[in-house]
Design a protein around this ligand. Structure first.
Ligand code: SF4
Ligand code: ZN
Length: 309
């Protein structure tokens, strides 16, 4: 079968649009789509320094690869940052992959760890947590967001880019909906042009399956070993459910994504919680103490109790 755009052999069939593409035209379509998302939401501006969160998984390496290509023709710089959660046997392989890939792309690379920033690794926090209902990923996600904020401030970046893809956005929307957390739906809106530290998701309009194909066809060396905590939450079930719907009804993920944009736009202006600064760390939050400081205080309390007994 021939590529719809050139004379080469097609290697990818985009079911939702009916296009057949060769490897090069497919990769170009991903680059074009990413650039379009960036420009639509003014995610990156002239002179920006972008801190790219790179875990070593396919999404973040595709993000780094695409942003590096764009930075060669546009006026912005990138620095890669990896957050080491402290999960034995999992993060080490990823760190090596990211280090080698960054040196190949000639991108500066820095590592920050939970242990160094919060005095506790993820594994230690899971042992200390009071309540098994607090999932590994909710502790990890809270720490990671703060760790990336800290990294960006330290390196002088004004933008944080993460590799979330379209499937991640749909899953997060359903998780927030199922848990009744409507404020978080407002926070999902990609329009945050005027904040001091812009959080951007340039791959948010690309299917996860296309990110995987881009990584394979461009020989990106991503980590295939999943995090040992990956299947503890509801995300995996939602992911499988959405994939089943897409298999039977191509394009349904795109339609849902557009609905989420509209809903999050309405919810953004409905966020009734007043913003203030955390009494401990000074970061913006909705209560007296932010979620990170609350978590750390509780974990430290548990640690001192377990040292006493
Ligand atoms: Fe952290 Fe969960 Fe991701 Fe593992 S799967 S790295 S615990 S957020
Ligand atoms: Zn705080």
């Amino acid at each position: 079968m021939q590529c719809d755009k050139c004379q080469n052999v097609a290697v990818y069939s985009r079911k939702y649009s009916g296009e057949n593409l060769c490897s090069e035209c497919f990769s170009n379509s991903i680059l074009r789509k990413t650039a379009k998302t960036i420009s639509k939401y003014k995610m990156i501006k002239n002179g920006d320094l972008v801190c790219v969160g790179v875990s070593g998984g396919k999404d973040s390496l595709v993000l780094l690869d695409t942003l590096k290509k764009m930075s060669q023709t546009h006026n912005f710089r990138i620095i890669a940052v990896t957050i080491d959660e402290g999960i034995p046997g999992y993060r080490d392989e990823a760190l090596n992959i990211v280090k080698e890939f960054c040196s190949k792309l000639d991108v500066e690379f820095k590592i920050y760890s939970y242990k160094e920033l919060f005095d506790v690794t993820l594994t230690e926090s899971l042992e200390l947590r009071e309540n098994e209902k607090t999932s590994s990923c909710s502790i990890c996600g809270t720490f990671r967001r703060r760790a990336l904020d800290h990294a960006a401030r330290q390196i002088g970046a004004n933008v944080i880019a993460t590799g979330h893809n379209l499937d991640d956005i749909l899953q997060t929307f359903l998780i927030n909906t199922l848990s009744g957390d409507t404020n978080r739906i407002g926070w999902m809106n990609p329009d945050n042009e005027n904040v001091e530290l812009r959080k951007i998701k340039p791959l948010s309009e690309i299917y996860e399956s296309e990110i995987v194909f881009y990584a394979f066809t461009n020989n990106l060396p991503f980590q295939s070993e999943p995090c040992p905590h990956m299947n503890e939450g509801i995300r995996t079930e939602i992911r499988e459910f959405l994939n089943m719907l897409e298999d039977n009804r191509s394009g349904i993920k795109n339609s849902m994504y557009h609905s989420i944009l509209k809903i999050s736009d309405i919810m953004k202006n409905n966020d009734e919680k007043e913003k203030r600064n955390c009494d401990i760390c000074g970061n913006e939050c909705t209560g007296k103490i932010c979620s990170v400081c609350t978590m750390i205080t509780n974990l430290k309390k548990e640690r001192s109790n377990s040292n006493i007994t």
